[in-house]
Design a protein. Sequence first.
Length: 184
Amino acid sequence: MVDPMNRADRARLREIFDPLRVGRAMARHGVRPAILAVLAKAPMHGYQVMQELEQLSGGRWRPSAGSVYPILQQLEDEGMVRSREQDGRRVYTLTVAGAAEAERSPLRRHPWFDARGGKRSMDLRRLAVQLVGGAIQVSRVGSEEAQAQAREILIDARRRIYGLLADDDGEPLQAASRDKEAVQ
C-alpha cells in the first residue's frame, strides 16, 4: 500500500508538533537572545529568567544555571544589561543597547515565546497529531465512502478552527490566512 504522506510531509509535521523543537531552536539561536528577550519583558534575577523561559516554552526547555549566569555576566560586561542588588539577589535590567538587541532577536518572533502557549498549546498539538494519525489510517484502509466522510470532517474542522482566529471584523488574521492557503 502506498503511503499517502511523503517524507517531506512527515518532516513538516514533526517540525510543527515536535516538543523538542524548542531545544533545537536554542541550539541554533543560542541562550543569549532568549535571555535578552525575557529581560525585555521585565527586570529579573537569574532564577526568574530560567523560570520564565521554562514557562514560555510550555515546559519544553529550561536552561541550566551554568548557561544563564555566565551569559548574564557577559551581557553586563558588554553593557547590554545593568544589575542591582535587591532582596539579596542580583536583578538584571536591559540597557538601551540590550533592548535594541532583544528587539532584533529571532526568538522574539518564535511561536513558543508567546505567553499564551504552554500546556494548553501542547494539548492542542497532541490532539492535532492524533487527528492526523486517524486521517492517515482512514486514507490507508478506509473505504471510499469513509475517505469521503473523513475529507468532509477535516475540511469542516479546518474551517471552524480558522473561524476561531477571526478578528473583530470577521476577517481572518494574516498568519491564519497564509496557513490556510498553504493547506489548500
